[in-house]
Write a protein that binds this ligand. Structure first.
Ligand SMILES: [Zn+2]
Length: 402
């Protein structure tokens, strides 16, 4: 072959190769995105006009994780579970709809949930309705807590009447007291002042709980983001827009610190009463401070219902928390009993799976969670042993003695 033939052949090959590359690029071009720059060379600096194209609304943004990570489904818990934070078929109607009790039992059996604690049982006839419907047919599967009627807070006999009402509730079958977040944030006396969580008028009730050996499950304050402006910096922006009454930002509300200090003062004043500080004492974003409270108040326990998102985003710190306080943490969900919901909680507690949606994602924020892979000894305590020990402190209903 002559040298000029070789040159010509090389040139033809180059032309063919160039054409193939162009054809390939054309094939890879986005089919429908008319806003993408056309036929431009790949650059390595950000487009200065990018913000003009980013007009997608936040409500329409639904990115899908491209992570290929292993998935371990856990439809049944490894040990029997006691869900200490639930509102299924309660007296208040928190879940909106009622479920047939047998259907709840079917779901519990499928998930290996031994018992559900219905926290919002109210008192008197309404409490009796829940007991008749749920506890009497299934005494080993459901437990009900009573609540406090604040409507007579200004009555001089409020304490005596409230203690009598509590004793009556326990005689009917209630096995604890639930305090909703309205104490501190909404309940007012006739002077129009908010009743603080540590109001001395309530002290006799908490003392009576200690005498009866029943716990007080208390929800005070809310996520930290609910006490900050609903703006572009708020990590729960979408949730607060959907539920504007959940925002406690502004001078009309006590601060989060004030509320938590009132609640902790209540723990301090009643050392013989056990308190379940619901939602990881309502500061799962700050496990250092929750740990310091658990160290300070031996009568305090925590529960993690509806705070899987907070704990799940910092798995290493959370695992240390579970190791440090393995005898003080109770399993709770604060969600309608569904098999998929329980499976999600079990996957989070039992497996090493990475970056998967918490239950209700993205309701609480746009982040995902990591499995804790708790050791069996801790898992069993959290699933049932801690709750069983706590409920075994019940001393029996008070008769006429008190
Ligand atoms: Zn709840």
């Amino acid at each position: 072959m002559f040298p000029n033939q070789i040159v010509r052949r090389t040139q033809i090959l180059r032309i063919l190769l160039f054409a193939a590359v162009l054809a390939g690029l054309a094939a890879c071009k986005p089919a429908s995105n008319e806003q993408a720059p056309k036929d431009q060379a790949i650059t390595y600096t950000a487009d200065p006009n990018a913000s003009k194209r980013m007009t997608l609304l936040l409500k329409d943004f639904a990115p899908k994780s491209m992570l290929h990570a292993s998935v371990h489904e856990v439809p049944r818990a490894k040990f029997p579970v006691i869900d200490v934070h639930n509102h299924v078929n309660d007296a208040v109607g928190i879940n909106g709809t009622e479920l047939p009790p047998a259907e709840v039992i079917r779901r519990m059996d499928a998930a290996n949930v031994q018992k559900i604690v219905i926290l919002t049982g109210m008192w008197g006839d309404k409490l009796q309705t829940v007991i008749d419907k749920m506890v009497k047919p299934y005494p080993d599967r459901f437990m009900v807590f009573t609540q406090i009627d604040y409507s007579k807070i200004d009555d001089p006999n409020f304490a005596t009447e409230s203690v009598a009402q509590l004793d009556d509730a326990v005689r009917r079958g209630a096995r604890g007291v639930k305090v909703l977040k309205d104490l501190g944030l909404g309940v007012k006396d006739k002077s129009g002042k908010l009743i603080p969580v540590d109001d001395p008028r309530l002290d006799p009730i908490w003392e009576e709980c200690g005498k009866l050996g029943i716990p007080v499950a208390i929800h005070t304050s809310d996520p930290e983001a609910f006490f900050t402006p609903i703006d572009n910096h708020n990590e729960r922006y979408e949730e607060l827009n959907q539920n504007p009454t959940w925002s406690f930002y502004g001078p009309q509300f006590p601060s989060k610190d004030t509320l938590l200090a009132q609640r902790n003062h209540m723990f301090e004043k009643h050392p013989h009463t056990k308190f379940i500080a619901l939602h990881v004492a309502n500061w799962p974003e700050n496990l250092d401070v929750v740990s310091s409270w658990l160290d300070k108040y031996p009568n305090m326990l925590v529960e993690f219902g509806a705070r899987q998102a907070e704990l799940g985003r910092e798995p290493r710190r959370t695992l240390k928390f579970f190791r440090d306080y393995q005898d003080r943490i109770l399993f709770g969900t604060d969600s309608e009993p569904e098999t998929a919901m329980y499976a999600n909680y079990f996957r989070w507690l039992e497996t090493p799976d990475e970056y998967f949606p918490y239950w209700g994602y993205p309701g609480q924020g746009r982040w995902e969670i990591y499995g804790l892979e708790l050791p069996d000894s801790i898992l069993e305590k959290v699933y049932n042993k801690n709750a069983t020990r706590l409920f075994a402190e019940f001393k029996g209903a008070s008769g006429n003695a008190k």
